[in-house]
Design a protein around this ligand. Structure first.
Ligand SMILES: [Fe+2]
Ligand SMILES: [Fe+2]
Ligand SMILES: [Fe+2]
Length: 411
């Protein structure tokens, strides 16, 4: 499938009335967990595209280009409106959060396994273990406060147990900046992987930034603050991998190509026929948008789309699913890693005066007040042990004790 070669109608023809942009939400008891995660993924992808369009406008002197992107941005807004209300009103903030972290785990694992560039794969594996731990902390919050077992929500497709403990994620900011990848020589799938995960992590960061103050308990508000700060680290890591040399129009073309690829992937893997139609319709809209940007690029920079995306044919499509064995494998081998400037090192190899420890001391003392630790401690005190959903014992011995939360691994 090559979206540059598909037949497209003018973008202006895609503006719909209010009834059309208010679809029927999914049923939270019936929905396939990966339908929920696709909804979260595409909402985040649209939000990235919209804000990119705004930043472009603020950095562009030519009103002809600014008028052009205003149409595309409005269309992205329309798509975002449709997607975001697929989440039903009765799905709580915390339940939706579990969807966010399940997406982070299974999307990252999927991208890591198909990533040919070992430096990019390392970044994915690294953050994977952190989002995996977030899923456990939020799930325990749900169990502590409502007695809710989140394993049904994740459909038993994703395990819920400690990963690299969240307390260890708080690094000095400069350690999250990586080398950027050369998009002229990178594989098409590498460019897609970095773009997809940056938008997804950014939306997780946005969501936690927005819901921390409307969550109903102090413990939950604190947990959203802490994990939201880690998502900021993840965004910093991933966005630093993007090639910063692209022109604004080239970058816009990449955004649109990425949206085409993702909608087409969602369309091909969706099990809900009603939502599948939405992915298909949005795919067609994106094909029109992509071809519109290709024309802008030709007109204002004298460049053909092939100079940015040499082969428009989609690589292997994205399919979300269970990755239990892969996550266990990464956990077993890399739990003690931390990010050090452009590299990843075992935390035991850091000098005692490393900035990592300075940051850890500034944030995590006293340890008893760290929200991600507190939520497990409180659950153990109330219920006798923590809440987990695991298919076998944790591959890391130090993380097996269900009556004591480990705060040493990874720091
Ligand atoms: Fe879009
Ligand atoms: Fe996370
Ligand atoms: Fe994350």
């Amino acid at each position: 499938m090559n979206p540059f070669l598909e037949k497209a109608i003018p973008v202006e023809n895609y503006f719909d009335n209010w009834k059309c942009i208010y679809p029927r939400p999914y049923d939270k008891y019936e929905v396939n967990p990966y339908t929920r995660t696709r909804v979260i993924l595409m909402n985040g992808t649209e939000i990235e595209s919209i804000f990119f369009g705004h930043q472009f406008t603020r950095n562009c002197t030519d009103n002809n280009i600014r008028r052009g992107i205003s149409i595309l941005r409005r269309l992205d807004q329309q798509q975002q409106k449709v997607i975001s209300v697929l989440k039903p009103a009765d799905e709580t903030i915390l339940e939706h959060t579990i969807g966010y972290e399940q997406l982070a785990v299974d999307l990252t694992a999927e991208l890591a396994q198909r990533e040919p560039d070992c430096y990019v794969k390392m970044a994915l594996d690294f953050a994977l273990l952190e989002d995996f731990d977030h899923l456990y902390r939020y799930s325990d919050l749900g169990y502590f406060e409502y007695g809710e077992k989140m394993e049904c929500l994740v459909g038993h497709y994703t395990e819920i147990m400690p990963g690299r403990p969240t307390i260890s994620h708080h690094r000095f900011p400069t350690d999250n900046i990586k080398y950027w990848v050369d998009f002229e020589t990178a594989c098409p799938i590498t460019k897609l992987n970095i773009s997809i995960i940056t938008a997804a992590e950014q939306q997780t960061m946005n969501y936690y930034m927005n819901v921390a103050n409307i969550y109903c308990s102090d413990l939950g508000r604190q947990l959203y603050q802490e994990i939201g700060s880690v998502e900021e680290e993840h965004v910093s890591q991933y966005e630093s991998l993007l090639d910063p040399r692209l022109s604004w129009l080239e970058n816009l073309l990449m955004h649109k190509y990425n949206e085409c690829y993702l909608y087409y992937s969602c369309y091909c893997s969706e099990v809900d026929p009603y939502i599948r139609k939405i992915w298909e319709y949005h795919y067609m809209q994106e094909v029109s948008s992509l071809q519109y940007v290709a024309k802008l690029l030709e007109k204002y920079e004298g460049k053909c789309w092939k100079e940015v995306i040499p082969d428009g044919e989609f690589p292997e499509l994205l399919k979300l699913g269970s990755n239990i064995e892969y996550v266990r494998h990464v956990l077993k081998n890399t739990v003690q890693l931390t990010s050090k400037r452009e590299d990843y090192v075992n935390v035991d190899k850091l000098c005692p005066d490393d900035k990592f420890f300075m940051m850890q001391d500034a944030l995590n003392e006293p340890v008893g007040q760290v929200p991600s630790h507190k939520v497990i401690e409180k659950t153990i005190r109330k219920k006798g042990k923590d809440y987990r959903f695991e298919v076998a014992e944790n591959p890391i011995k130090a993380l097996r004790d269900r009556k004591e939360d480990n705060t040493c691994v990874g720091r």
